[in-house]
Design a protein around this ligand. Structure first.
Ligand code: ISE
Length: 351
C-alpha cells in the first residue's frame, strides 16, 4: 500500500472477525519491549507482526519476544507491507510525528504513547491530518485512565456520593531519572500525566498552571522537587508534588477533597511484614509495574475498539489539550505566578 493512500470512511483494513489485529510496535526500548510482551502474552485479539527499531540489538530482542514478527528499521517499510492493521508508537516523544503522519495516511489504527507530540503546533498538524479520515484513529497512551483506583475515584466524582469535588492533592515520585532528563521534562515527561488525568477526574479543563520549586534536592541537577498547581475552569484546584529523585521507589498517589469527605488512591499496598522493630511493605520501583494492570487494560481496550472501528480512550484532541497545558507548565517554571493555558475550540470530529 502506498503511504499516501487514505482508508475510505468506515472501512477497517482488516477483516474484523477473521484474525488478530496485526500490530507494528515502533520503538523497542523499555515501553516498546513491555508492550511487545503484553500483546504477545497477555492481550487477546492482537499480534505483533513487525518491530520497527533502528537499534539492531533491541530489534532482535523484540522479534525474539514476538514469534512470527519481522524487524524493520523505518515505519514506511512496515506500512508498505499489506499485512498491517495498526501501529503502537513507543519511541521518544520527539519521534512521534514522523511515525504518526504516515500511519494516519495509511489509515491505520494507532496507539501513541504519551505525549502525542512535543508541542502544540505539531499536535495541531496531527489533528488536521487525522480529521481527513472518517473518524479518530489515534488513541494516546495516558494509561492512568485505565487504572482501577483512578476509575473508582472518577466514579465517586461523577456520582457525587461525597458531594462535589473541591480539590486534589497529587504526588508523583520517581526513584531517579536518566542523566538526559531535563527540568522541562518534569512537566513534559512526568506531570504530563496529571495534565491528562486531573481534568478527566474532575470533568473540567485546566485554566492555568503555576510552578513553585521546593527546596532543591542536592542530588538533582535542576529545580526538583516542585509543586505544580493546576487551576481548573470549574474551580477545582489540584496540587502535584513532582519529585523525580526520591530514591526509595515509584509512588503515585492522589487525595481527593470532597464537600462531605476525603478519598485516597495509590497508597502503598501488598504484603506487609512486622519484624525486628520495623513494618515493611514493598514499594514499586517503576511505572511499568505500578501501572501494569492499567497498561494491560488500555491495550486490550484499544485492540477491542479497533475491531469495532473506533478508539476507546484519550484521543488526539486530549493529547493536543495536554500539549497546551505543558507549554503553560514549562513557561511557569520560568516565571512566578500562574500561566494561562491557551484555549481551543473542540472540533465536532472529536465530540
Ligand atoms: C515516564 O516517562 C512516565 O511516563 C511515567 O509514568 C512517569 O511517572 C515518569 O515520571 C516519566 O519519566
Amino acid at each position: 500500500m502506498s503511504s499516501t493512500t487514505v482508508t475510505p470512511a468506515g472501512a477497517a483494513r482488516r477483516d474484523a472477525d477473521a484474525r488478530d489485529l496485526r500490530v507494528a510496535v515502533v520503538g523497542a526500548g523499555m515501553m516498546g519491549a513491555d508492550h511487545i510482551n503484553r500483546i504477545t502474552n497477555r492481550i487477546r485479539g492482537a499480534a505483533v507482526v513487525a518491530v520497527v527499531e533502528p537499534d539492531e540489538g533491541r530489534a532482535a530482542a523484540g522479534v525474539a519476544a514476538a514469534p512470527g514478527s519481522v524487524a524493520r528499521t523505518r515505519i514506511e517499510e512496515a506500512i508498505d507491507r499489506d499485512d498491517l492493521d495498526a501501529v503502537l508508537i513507543a519511541t521518544p516523544g520527539f519521534l512521534h510525528e514522523p511515525v504518526l503522519l504516515p500511519a494516519l495516511e495509511a489509515g491505520l489504527e494507532i496507539l501513541c504513547e504519551k505525549p502525542l507530540t512535543q508541542d502544540s503546533d505539531s499536535s495541531a498538524r496531527i489533528l488536521e491530518v487525522e480529521q481527513r479520515l472518517d473518524r479518530p484513529h489515534i488513541q494516546v497512551g495516558f494509561m492512568r485512565r485505565f487504572d482501577p483506583q483512578y476509575r473508582e475515584l472518577r466514579n465517586l466524582v461523577e456520582t457525587s456520593d461525597l458531594g462535589a469535588l473541591l480539590g486534589l492533592h497529587c504526588v508523583h515520585r520517581n526513584p531517579s531519572v536518566a542523566s538526559s532528563y531535563t527540568e522541562a521534562m518534569l512537566i513534559t515527561d512526568s506531570v504530563v500525566h496529571e495534565f491528562d488525568v486531573v481534568p478527566w477526574l474532575a470533568g473540567s479543563d485546566i485554566a492555568s498552571v503555576e510552578v513553585k520549586p521546593l527546596r532543591r534536592n542536592s542530588v538533582s541537577a535542576f529545580a526538583d522537587p516542585a509543586l505544580v498547581l493546576l487551576q481548573l475552569e470549574n474551580g477545582v484546584l489540584a496540587d502535584v508534588e513532582i519529585n523525580v529523585n526520591v530514591g526509595f521507589g515509584y509512588q503515585v498517589k492522589t487525595e481527593a477533597v470532597f464537600e462531605h469527605g476525603i478519598a485516597e488512591i495509590g497508597r502503598t499496598a501488598g504484603l506487609t511484614a512486622w519484624r525486628d522493630g520495623h513494618v515493611v511493605t514493598a514499594e514499586h520501583m517503576s511505572f511499568t509495574t505500578r501501572f501494569a494492570p492499567a497498561y494491560d487494560e488500555q491495550i486490550q481496550r484499544w485492540v477491542d475498539a479497533a475491531a469495532r472501528g473506533t478508539i476507546d480512550g484519550p484521543s488526539a484532541w486530549d493529547g493536543y489539550r495536554v500539549a497546551l497545558a505543558c507549554e503553560a507548565g514549562v513557561a511557569a517554571q520560568h516565571t512566578t505566578g500562574p500561566v494561562d493555558v491557551a484555549t481551543a475550540a473542540k472540533p465536532d470530529f472529536y465530540a
